[in-house]
Design a binder for this molecule. Sequence first.
Ligand code: TXA
Ligand code: MG
Length: 310
Amino acid sequence: MKFNQSNIKKAKKYLNKNYCIGVPTETVYGLAANAYVDSAVKKIFNLKMRPKNNPLIVHYHDIDSLKKDCLINDNFIKLYNKFSPGPITYVLKLKNNSKISKYVTNNQKSLAVRFPKHALFKNLIKQLNYPLAAPSANIATKVSAVKVGDVKEEFGNKIKYILDGGTCAIGIESTIINLIGKPTILRLGGLDISKIQKTLGFKLDTVINPNKKIVPGQSRLHYSPGIPLRMNVSKPKNHEAFLIIKKRKTKLKNYFYLTNKNSLDEAAKNLYSCLRKVKNKGYKSIAVEKISNRGLGKAINDRLQKASRY
Ligand code: TXA
Ligand code: MG
């Protein structure tokens, strides 16, 4: 990671000119642009080939900057104090006089907001007088990017600049919670929902098929390495890459492991790189061993399940 002000200055220069750039966060890399400017936001959708009705997350430096655009509530304050900056995204009501581009929300009156923890990102956004709309830095339906090389693989020279923040510490996207009305989870992610429930003091439902107005990444295929993937496999076929959780002794070349220590957090961190690696090695399909459905294992299984719709 090259943490120097000259890189941040470059990033700022491009953002001020309404370009999209790659930015590091603790979850995954984002494809960022000024959330207040229509032309900048439109570029994000074009680059990602993202359907216009799939709204973007807007990233803020702190609660004061957020208050210009959104209405906050008690549940938000509880969670914000405990978990932000960090891997949680809140869906809140947009204020009528907010400056957020209508393209960010597809004209809806709600906004997904996040406060990333990555030091470079924080430093950058503190110096801007606008928030950053930033979806994950990958082509729609594909695997997210967790390092600069991945972002390049997705967009080549179509983007002007990528701020190098090293490899993302968490490696899967933020957990999304809708805080308009009764709180519900819209996406499992980098923050274990049991921690959120503990802070709020009640159990949360996870809304898999939300009503039509809220559209949280419900396109059928998602997080896909671009080749077929099947889950809960104990015996892979000869030609398949076999993704296993913990490193174990084997001479087989087609085995890829997600963790040295049997840690689900580490497995989450390595998941997308591993899927990219397998695809780039030329395998035509992936089999994945059963992964325990606890902690971040739930978010891993969610991603694999969506990837398996290929
Ligand atoms: O960790 C993350 O959240 C990363 C980093 C870059 O911050 N961002 C990310 O963005 O994953 P994206 O666009 O790939 O996923 C955002 C999800 C989408 O599924 C979108 O549908 C949902 O958030 N979303 C955005 N605005 C929403 C809203 N107002 N209501 C409900 N869901 C929303
Ligand atoms: Mg995404």
